[in-house]
Design a protein around this ligand. Structure first.
Ligand SMILES: [Zn+2]
Length: 134
């Protein structure tokens, strides 16, 4: 397996590792015959973003007795501590993904707020999104 850093991670994997998977129903489930046969039933889920699969096998008391995942290629290739969520969030900031960074700028619009008695504008910026009609 070839390892990579958070910086090299594909965008959809970075987002799932940062905020969790977007689970939805998986229509073409590939159940473990053994686990399915010995359980009351099973849930088959797929992430709408990265296509990871999750199988929850349910026991007679309705608890999850076994959980299995199938990950897409290159999802599990993070090296060292780079897989931890703060490292993932750092990468979200670096790529300007999902995050609305807090910045203070000179007053140029009516988006102002008082900070420590001084009036300062609050501007949420995101790469690629136009501001003030520009
Ligand atoms: Zn995912």
């Amino acid at each position: 397996m070839e390892y990579m850093t958070a910086r090299e991670l594909e965008t959809q994997y970075l987002i799932c590792r940062s905020i969790g998977h977007a689970w939805d129903e998986l229509p073409n489930a590939d159940f473990s015959a053994e686990l399915w046969r010995t359980s009351k039933g099973a849930l088959a889920l797929r992430c709408a973003r990265c296509y990871a699969e999750r199988y929850d096998y349910i026991g007679s008391d309705l608890s999850v007795v076994a959980r299995r995942y199938k990950y897409p290629k290159n999802y599990q290739t993070i090296q060292g501590d780079d897989w931890r969520r703060p490292a993932m969030r750092f990468e979200l900031f670096r790529r300007s993904l999902l995050v609305h960074p807090y910045t203070r700028r000179a007053a140029t619009s009516d988006t102002k707020a008082s900070v420590n008695g001084k009036t300062a504008p609050l501007v949420a910026t995101r790469k690629g999104r136009a501001r003030n009609g520009n």
